[in-house]
Design a binder for this molecule. Sequence first.
Ligand code: C5P
Length: 223
Amino acid sequence: AKKRNLTGKTILVTAGPTIEPIDPVRYISNFSSGKMGYAIAAELKERGAEVILVTGKTALTPPDGVQTVDVVTAEQMFRAATKAFDRCDAAVMCAAVADYTPQAVADTKIKKEGSAWNIALQPTRDIAAAIGAVKGTRLVAGFALETDHERANAQSKLERKNMDFIVLNSLQDDGAGFGGNTNKITILRRDGSETVFGLKSKTEVAADIVDEIEAFWAPKNAR
Ligand code: C5P
């Protein structure tokens, strides 16, 4: 059995994609499977934490003993996550939140007419940044998926959203990122230090990320 070092901690995890409706039958979304977030939620629970999983629509069964809040849109996820964070010691932001959402949702199915169709979009609210802004001494971790200037982009995201560490998954690496069962990550910290990990199953990657969370709370001289 695992050491239950996170007993007494309550931790928010966001996971999965958001879905932004266009009309009653159409939507904008992304390829996030939710696997990474669910694996982290399971690992946190096994180490004794109370876990609140705010999740978009996925094909996965939530881990046993994890409190789950199902949401659909970015706005619903924003409300559920910021509310849950009030009673949390940490947040792990794994969700692939839509950056834009339709300005209006049509009440009835939009008919096919002319050739081109433009959908007016408006930016969604950044959940990680909102939580980072109010976190105080609590821990906030996030993810970055970058195609270019990976480290610089991830580091500036970490600072802008006031995260304690950010998990960079590279699309350059085969077997990393969306959908699959494996991932290859680099953890970038606030002080500029980093740890590069090899290609592993998402379960093993989750254990590495949860080790980083434990280290955040461990007495510094014990490391
Ligand atoms: O800015 P970008 O979307 O690349 O940042 C990714 C990180 O921010 C992830 O941790 C993601 O869960 C979080 N995020 C969020 N709310 C948004 C957009 C991103 O929590 N609206």
